[in-house]
Design a protein around this ligand. Structure first.
Ligand SMILES: NC(=O)c1ccc[n+]([C@@H]2O[C@H](COP(=O)([O-])OP(=O)(O)OC[C@H]3O[C@@H](n4cnc5c(N)ncnc54)[C@H](OP(=O)(O)O)[C@@H]3O)[C@@H](O)[C@H]2O)c1
Length: 283
């Protein structure tokens, strides 16, 4: 019996005798494997057993959505490196190391890569939370602000991943946090465009670097108690909530659970995919 597995009594329906009896989970798996096609050996690993992750790098530790995410990864990974643009937080727990990194600054990115090479040597998961939203329409967005959005939201992750290539483990999982705006559009067209541009970027890496890493874009809708939503008035928040068929904004805790799970290798077949988590407000 593998570690972490739970022996569950499974109900087996016997069609011929029209009776039901229970068999242990491991025996059920054993039977399924014998009738499954070759290549289905993964069935032997209980679906409920989530393996520990290796070394995780989280970019954007000061993001409003970050605390639950960092906590989830710290509990389920060997080691977590978290980056902050501004001063480091005072203290972090045992398996978490904090680094400064401004994605717009070449030396800062190089410093991060050097520190990772020294500290952990190899990175198994990269999660990019960083991003910038100005909440402005086209006519009020200056040239400098457009450059800033391109620089943080698109060039930041692109330059970072290029620089990280020497320290990425084979088969590393890369998660890029985009936005519902990246596919649906937004009042802030430059935010939408720069977040949307992550999608063909990720698809390109997924196609041409798929032997080295697998890349998945996560596109959340409005997130409860986040910077963006805190800046909205009550009417706007209600609009977003009502736009969702499930009548809720995404909670930070649920987002953390989704990202944590997506970081595992059983999601590698979502290489190049965009995972929409918006309650169905954009499908
Ligand atoms: N909030 C939502 O409802 C929502 C919905 C969909 C998608 N998203 C996406 O989710 C992510 C987090 O959102 P949030 O609301 O938590 O935003 P947030 O609180 O504004 O966090 C943004 C993060 O990006 C970092 N950052 C900005 N520029 C950077 C740079 N040049 N180099 C490195 N880091 C930089 C910030 O660092 P500093 O603190 O140092 O500025 C901060 O950690 C963003 O990518 C956003 O687009 C959010």
């Amino acid at each position: 019996m593998q570690q972490g597995s739970v022996i569950r009594e499974q109900t087996e329906h016997c069609a011929t005798r029209r009776t039901c009896h229970t068999i242990p989970n491991d025996r059920l798996v054993e039977r399924l494997v014998t009738i499954a096609k070759p290549g289905y050996d993964d069935l032997r690993a209980p679906a409920t057993a989530i393996p520990m992750l290796g070394n995780v790098l989280i970019i954007g530790g000061s993001a409003s959505i970050a605390p639950e995410i960092i906590a989830a990864f710290a509990a389920g990974a060997r080691h977590v490196d978290v980056t902050y643009r501004h001063p480091l937080p005072p203290a972090l727990d045992g398996n978490i190391a904090a680094h400064t990194c401004d994605l717009e600054d070449k030396d800062s990115r190089r410093g991060l890569v050097a520190a990772l090479a020294d500290l952990t040597g190899i990175v198994d998961v990269v999660l990019v939370l960083s991003g910038s939203i100005l909440g402005k329409n086209l006519e009020s967005t200056s040239d400098e602000e457009m450059d800033h959005l391109v620089s943080v939201n698109l060039l930041g992750p692109a330059r970072l991943l290029r620089d990280l290539l020497p320290v990425l483990n084979a088969g590393a999982r890369i998660l890029l946090v985009s936005s519902i705006a990246g596919e649906r559009g937004s009042f802030d067209p430059m935010y939408a465009a720069t977040k949307g541009a992550l999608i063909p970027f990720a698809k390109s890496l997924a196609t041409w670097l798929g032997k080295r890493m697998t890349v998945t874009v996560v596109a959340p809708g409005a997130i409860e108690d986040s910077t963006m939503v805190r800046d909205m008035d009550a009417e706007r928040i209600a609009h977003h909530r009502n736009a969702s068929p499930i009548g809720e904004l995404l909670s930070r805790a649920d987002l953390a659970r989704v990202l944590f799970d997506l970081a595992h290798s059983h999601w590698r077949h979502a290489n190049g995919a965009v995972i929409r988590i918006n309650g169905g407000s954009y499908v």
